[in-house]
Ligand binder design. Structure first.
Ligand code: 13P
Ligand code: SF4
Length: 303
């Protein structure tokens, strides 16, 4: 049954000239029908490269908006319209405009997990995999980093010569993990390496053997000589790794690391969207695209 749905999706996407992009947090059966799977940075690069006229995003809203900004001539769908990002939704233009007035000589660096509307007033975007490199490449010493204070704190540690102002925002799924969760996981699996996403709190990140984006964590674990890993990001990643490397063992840092927004998209949603019965077409007005795409282009240039 599942296989039949997958076969139908694969048949239809060829027939209708559709490209399916999926973030690495999506479930296994979606990854199997996708043309490309990756982290936020890799997905934004693929958005430009895709040859097809229509792109379906299996991920969250800001990712579909990024595709639309980079390829405005394409028809872009967010496969499940309810898939938002709690972090992107917590910071708006009004808050950042006020901060810009308070810190006029700061370069505004926006994590890509922000709305298209907010990006219109930011200078450059970063992702978890590109943030350190990009901040290092910015000439200005003074950086206003929005909205993830944990990723911002990690960047500050890697770029000590920069003066980074942080704001109070972040990912509820990653930020709720504490040092005592790490202690517990390490006690249960004393021989395991600990790999973590920089959206976690500094007290968690500083205990890691490796810090990286979703794709970087997967890549590191696949290539590593080690055989056991504690995975400190959304629990889909340790599950995918267990499929990919059955000879190794992967443990979740906490059973609570679940992003409902990333889990909401199903294979049935993909079939519905491809059949024109579901999904939401992403429409952005040309003025928003013109203003917001600048900071994504800058990210690609500096990254
Ligand atoms: P990545 O860029 O590492 O894929 O992160 C996206 C995200 O939403 C993590 O919570
Ligand atoms: Fe947003 Fe956090 Fe979900 Fe990533 S895990 S999509 S940052 S809410």
């Amino acid at each position: 049954m599942l296989r039949d749905v997958q076969d139908e999706i694969i048949r239809l996407k060829k027939e209708k000239d559709i490209c399916i992009l999926a973030h690495s947090y999506q479930n296994e059966e979606i990854l199997e029908v996708a043309d490309f799977v990756g982290d936020s940075y890799q997905l934004s690069l693929k958005a430009k490269e895709a040859k097809q006229g229509t792109v379906l995003m299996c991920g969250v809203r800001f990712m579909a908006e990024t595709v639309k900004m980079l390829s405005p001539e394409k028809t872009v769908y967010l496969v499940n319209p309810q898939a938002g990002c709690a972090m992107a939704d917590m910071m708006d233009k009004e808050i950042v405009s006020q901060l810009k007035e308070m810190y006029p000589d700061y370069t505004v660096v926006a994590y890509i997990n922000t709305t298209a509307d907010l990006k219109t007033i930011c200078d450059v975007c970063v992702t978890s995999s590109s943030a350190v490199k990009i901040v290092n490449n910015i000439e200005n010493k003074n950086i206003l980093f929005v909205p993830d204070c944990n990723l911002g704190a990690y960047v500050q540690k890697q770029c000590p010569e920069k003066n980074i102002k942080l704001v109070n925002g972040g990912c509820p799924t990653h930020a709720k993990i504490t040092a005592s969760d790490v202690k517990k996981a390490k006690e249960q699996h004393p021989g395991a390496l600990f790999l973590v996403h920089p959206e976690c709190q500094p007290e968690v990140v500083e205990q890691a053997d490796f810090v990286g984006s979703t794709s970087a964590i997967m890549d590191y674990a696949e290539k590593s000589e080690a055989s056991e890993f504690i995975i400190g990001t959304e629990n889909s990643i340790y599950q995918h790794l267990q499929y990919k490397c059955p000879e190794k063992r992967f443990y979740p840092l906490s059973i609570n690391m679940i992003c409902q927004n990333m889990r909401i998209t199903t294979l049935a949603d993909v079939l519905d969207c491809i059949n024109g019965r579901g999904g939401e077409q992403i429409l952005l007005d040309p003025e928003t695209i013109k203003k917001a795409v600048g900071c994504i282009d800058k990210m690609i240039e500096l990254g």
